[in-house]
Design a protein around this ligand. Structure first.
Ligand SMILES: NC(=O)c1ccc[n+]([C@@H]2O[C@H](COP(=O)([O-])OP(=O)(O)OC[C@H]3O[C@@H](n4cnc5c(N)ncnc54)[C@H](OP(=O)(O)O)[C@@H]3O)[C@@H](O)[C@H]2O)c1
Length: 330
């Protein structure tokens, strides 16, 4: 078996349906410290087994994730579809405050200057002369508002120069997607989507299908909760991003774990793990879906690959949805 491959939008770029996310590889306070040697082994494991789409961002460890990915791709760049992002800055350019992490104030800024400067920095960090998919990370917000037309002007200029091959957008509304499309071609929408968070099914996912855009689901494993590896008694460190998630609260975590235990017979049927089953269910939600799983351990990457190879029977997909829809958070 091999990992299923799908086109990104109508860009002519073909990528594995399972992509590797490298947020945690950045080693910042959100996910805690990480050994770079292990991260590089994890990335190589994915590439060796058929994952060819790697996602990173300057904001993941303030350039560290990009630098580790760049190291890992030395000598293999041409075999990889590489996506990184723009529009979050912390180096004095200014913008609208997004968050504070490791003593730095991170701002949203999608101005032409921020995008062009960010692209050069990412190219240096990644040790490459082109980025396959360049994604606006978070959308412009008051008080520092940039019109989408200015953002797209910068992105289209980078595309014309050959520094990027395709444009993606993240954390967007349908109206924002329409606005981007009115200024030029985009190929991919990267948005939160998991069994436990299905808001996008109402409008954004159908819009992507209609416009022939790849819908790339981030945090599809609900940041680890849907792998079965987070137990009823698992205690997360104080600064861990997951402590804020409603599904990690004890009363809700219990419900999720019980639902996952109920998927046991399906895991047996497909000879797969829970995370495999979850990835395969996500990939079955539409022909333009790409599943962006974060993993920083070689064993996790290796295990997830199998999820990108499994095609579930339609009835199993529906039965799982019934259980998922029965779950409500308190
Ligand atoms: N555009 C945005 O604003 C945005 C926001 C969030 C995420 N993202 C992107 O999406 C990617 C994925 O999202 P995410 O990292 O938030 O969440 P995720 O993919 O839902 O989950 C990642 C977590 O699952 C664990 N895991 C992965 N495979 C596992 C396995 N087989 N068994 C047990 N545990 C496993 C990982 O552990 P280990 O780390 O220990 O391997 C990590 O703790 C990110 O890395 C990033 O590239 C984008």
């Amino acid at each position: 078996m091999s990992v299923i491959v799908r086109q990104i939008g109508h860009s002519g770029i073909y990528a594995s349906v399972l992509a590797l996310g490298t947020w945690a590889i950045g080693g910042d306070a959100a996910w805690g410290r990480q050994d770079d040697g292990i991260s590089i082994r994890a990335i190589h494991e994915g590439l060796d087994k058929g994952i060819n789409l790697i996602d990173t961002a300057p904001a993941y460890g303030f350039g560290h994730s990009e630098r580790v990915v760049g190291e890992a791709l030395k000598g293999r760049r041409d075999k990889v579809i590489l996506s990184t992002k723009c529009g979050l800055v912390w180096d004095g350019l200014g913008g609208s405050k997004h968050l504070e992490r490791d003593g730095k104030i991170v701002c949203k800024n999608l101005s032409k200057e921020a995008i062009l400067r960010g692209a050069e920095e990412s190219l240096r960090n990644l040790q490459t002369d082109y980025i396959d998919i360049f994604i606006t990370h978070w959308q412009s917000a008051p008080p520092y508002l940039t019109p989408v037309s200015e953002t797209m002007e910068a992105l289209l200029a980078l595309k014309k120069e050959g520094k990027i091959r395709a444009i993606g957008v993240s954390n967007v509304s349908c109206a924002q997607v329409e606005e981007y499309l009115s200024c030029g071609d985009i190929a991919l929408v990267q948005q939160k989507y998991s069994m436990l968070d299905r808001k996008v099914e109402e409008e954004l996912l159908p819009l992507c299908e209609k416009k022939d855009l790849t819908f790339q689901a981030y945090s599809p494993l609900e940041q680890g909760l849907l792998t079965g590896n987070i137990g009823r008694d698992t205690v997360l460190p104080e600064e861990d991003v997951r402590r804020r998630s409603i599904w990690y609260q004890p009363q809700n975590r219990e419900k999720v774990i019980s639902m996952l235990e109920g998927f046991g017979p399906l895991c047996e049927k497909y000879g797969c793990s829970l995370s495999n089953l979850v990835i395969a269910w996500m990939a079955a939600q539409g022909g333009k879906i790409n599943i962006l799983c974060g993993a920083r351990k070689p064993a996790h990457v290796l295990e997830n690959v199998k999820g990108g190879e499994i095609e579930l029977d339609g009835q199993d997909v529906l039965n799982m949805r019934r259980d998922i829809e029965n779950l409500t958070a308190l």
